[in-house]
Design a protein around this ligand. Structure first.
Ligand code: BV8
Length: 235
């Protein structure tokens, strides 16, 4: 894979072995909280307390989890390649904490909050920022409430122009730990295929879009990815 242009897209499955619950597995987040209850602008407008509590709980959990060998394997891959882009659907900070340089969070980040008036974002992860009370911005004369800097259903994901440019010109497109349910992320494999890239999936179980991949490696990413990265960089 050395000398190739590589794009990696990660999903909740890469953080599963760190103890971050995924969205669809049995104890998934969606079972605890119905999607409509928390990850939509309408929910934020109608029941902000529920949405706020849901995200504050997940933000606090960031302090209890650590990157796992899969996150570290992607750092090694990045270091071994000249042309590499890491795109994640995840809103945790485990890629950064493992040492990944330039992570594109297409669905936002739990550690960042956004002023509802100015749209200015602030990294807000001090202990005082993780309590149940809402956060006020520091940019408006009259401080206004901040919202999670998260892409909710029905909102446009971040960085799509850069993502499409990279996927349309890559040689290899790797997906790690994603069920391929949520669009436009789930459609990126088709963009890669039509651009002639080799598509590779690393996932615990065979997801519904598995047949769109040239290679499918089934198993825990924390075990498979370190071995695959060694092979890819030696090959
Ligand atoms: C958009 C942030 C348009 C939130 C997320 C009807 C109404 C409204 C919209 C739609 C609709 N129908 C379709 C849509 C589009 C919608 C969508 O796709 N809905 C789905 C449910 C059908 N998409 C959107 O709304 C997107 N926006 O379309 O905007 C637009 C156009 C113009 C202008 C404005 C707007 C926005 C989608 C983003 C939503 N936000 N995240 C938060 O985190 O709280 S999505 C969220 O769910 C994640 O970010 C992630 O993307 C997704 C979960 O998927 P995965 O990451 O794949 O996780 P999952 O649990 O599903 O799978 C884990 C996999 O890992 C499993 O396969 C498992 O086997 C595997 N695994 C487990 N353990 C391991 C493992 N693998 C390896 N090793 C292990 N150890």
């Amino acid at each position: 894979m050395r000398g190739k242009r590589v794009v990696v897209l990660t999903g909740a499955g890469i953080s599963a072995e760190s103890g971050v619950r995924t969205f669809r597995d049995n104890d998934g987040l969606w079972e605890d909280h119905r999607v409509e209850d928390v990850a939509t602008p309408r929910a934020w407008a109608s029941s902000p307390d529920v949405v706020w509590r849901f995200y504050q709980a997940r933000r606090r959990q960031l302090r209890e989890v650590e990157p796992n060998p899969a996150h570290h394997a992607l750092v090694k891959l990045e270091e071994g390649l000249v042309d590499f882009l890491l795109v994640t659907q995840n809103v945790d900070d485990l890629h950064e904490r493992a040492g990944s340089g330039d992570v594109l969070h297409m669905h936002g980040e739990l550690s960042v909050m956004r002023c509802e008036i100015s749209g200015r974002i602030e990294h807000r992860m001090e202990a005082a920022d993780l309590k149940e009370s809402y956060l006020a911005c520091r940019c408006c004369v009259e401080p206004s409430r901040m919202r999670p800097h998260i892409v909710w259903f029905g909102e446009m994901p971040f960085g799509m122009t850069r993502i499409y440019e990279a996927v349309e010109t890559c040689d290899v497109f790797v997906v790690v730990g994603s069920s391929g349910h949520v669009y436009p992320a789930a459609g990126l494999v088709d963009v890669a295929r039509s651009a002639g890239a080799t598509t590779v999936l690393v996932n615990l179980e065979r997801p519904e879009n598995a047949d769109r991949f040239d290679e499918v490696h089934l198993g825990p990413a924390g075990e498979l990815l370190p071995r695959l990265v060694t092979t890819w960089l030696d090959g």
